[in-house]
Design a protein around this ligand. Sequence first.
Ligand code: AMP
Length: 573
Amino acid sequence: MLEKMGTINLDSVIEEFEAMTRDAGRVQKETLKRILRENSNSEYLQSLGLAGRTDLESFRACVPIVTHKDLEHYIQRIADGDSAPILTGTPINTISLSSGTTQGKPKYVPFNDELFDTTMQIYQTSFAFRNREYPIEGGKALQFIYSSKQFKTKGGLAAGTATTNLFRSSQYKSTMKAMQSQCCSPDEVIFGPDFHHSLYCHLLCGLLYRDEVQFVSSTFAHSIVHAFRTFEQVWEELCNDIRYGVLTSRIAAPCIRAAMSKLLKPDPALADLIHKKCSGLINWYGLIPELFPNAKYIYGIMTGSMEPYLKKLRHYGGELPLLSADYGASEGWVGANVNPKLSPKSANFAVLPNIGYFEFIPLKECTDMLEAKPVGLTEVKVGQEYEILVTNSAGFYRYRLGDVVKVVSFHNSTPELQFICRRNLLLNINIDKNTEKDLQLAVEAAANLLAEDKREVVDFTSHVDRSKEPGHYVIFWEINGEASDDTLQECCNCLDRSFVDAGYVGSRKVNSIAPLELRVLRGGTFQKILDHYLGLGAAVSQFKTPRYVGPPNDAVLRILCGNVIKSYFSSAF
Ligand code: AMP
């Protein structure tokens, strides 16, 4: 029997996905041909001498592997209003801002209808698989989604984060409705001028529709954790608003007040119920199912740099399943999570072979001097790690997304990828090499020591201090509450010992890297960092805490250094 949902037939979404992935090699070839044909008149492809050829050999021979930096001047011309076909055959008229948390400022990225369509395809694919395992019935979603500041570039193109470009689209709304994933907050809240106020109103809308909420979600899991940490602070104010049917006076924006007043009416019974439920919780464990009794799951990206928030998410989520969302970037999508039952730690993404042409640079085989040759989508090997290259209809050709992925299995003939980390080395002084993942594991190990004091790491980042010779690693921690000096000294030693890279351990032993330093931050420091990025045009929906703060990111380093309350040096070596 065909399962129907609004206008989306979920069974046929799955059938199409199965058919396409059974024939991934052929679909890849056709996709590459289509991309090269449709964009053959672009200045970029013309300048590379492809001369209209669309075969794989010519593509590999003529088109170089590039990074965002290589394309920056083309994208800048587009943003400045040059309407010639520069990167794509059809001129680009919208710009996305990627989160850019690593470089310190958002990057410009072209956005077009094809990117929109692939986004919908990815969302529908994972929803079809998700809904088979965890069906939801006509209802609403409590979604912590926010738009970024929107502006016009110098050339008059609309610019905002990729998620903002999506949320603005009427087609996005109708697709979400058909997927029963309609946000329970009105547009005025999603597009509100102040993120803190939007967050408050999302929570309020969720409570007003508490029986209808089918799942709780955000693009990246960080926003869900952030939302419920905020809930802990404002829950009594929320109850008050529900009791009297009036939005708190601190939210002044007339558009939000008007939209919320349409939803609010005095409801003392609901206010009492929520008050009672919150008062009965122990340390907020199981808050989400308590507030939203019909929620089936929590949904959002929980992999990669989101992993450190999983513990807190589990705490708020109680017994609710955590379902990890799909994999992509502002530049384009890669894969959908079609195995929703896997825990977030094992989540993987099946590559959709028709949304782009994908190549993979094997990482183990490359030396510092020479990089291994990229292989095609169907040539990858299970167990091997790769850097991923994307070619798609938004003007990216053999583009380094900057991510390291591992092939864990195949779905038919398309690989299922696990996200490993950003490729950039994070911490490096001399011969040591530590990645985002290494840092994450070290913090996880040390944070376990804090757990004994019933404290937790709210967020963290790192830095290399070279102000004195030899340089040393600095780890910044924000902790909820206070931990004893003894515990923190132990945590500092544990961090130092947990970087097991041979170059690091060797350098520490001979003191060519000085003792690791743990700097503890004042409560609220990472909120200041988030606010700093929002000021630059980033959106909470795409925010990822930078896990390394280096010289191009002076402003964030100043925020960090200005909020240190204690510091410890390792005595582990
Ligand atoms: P943005 O620059 O805001 O477009 O973010 C894109 C980046 O977010 C990707 O290049 C990845 O590093 C990261 N990302 C996106 N999806 C996932 C995912 N499912 N798991 C882990 N990291 C992800």
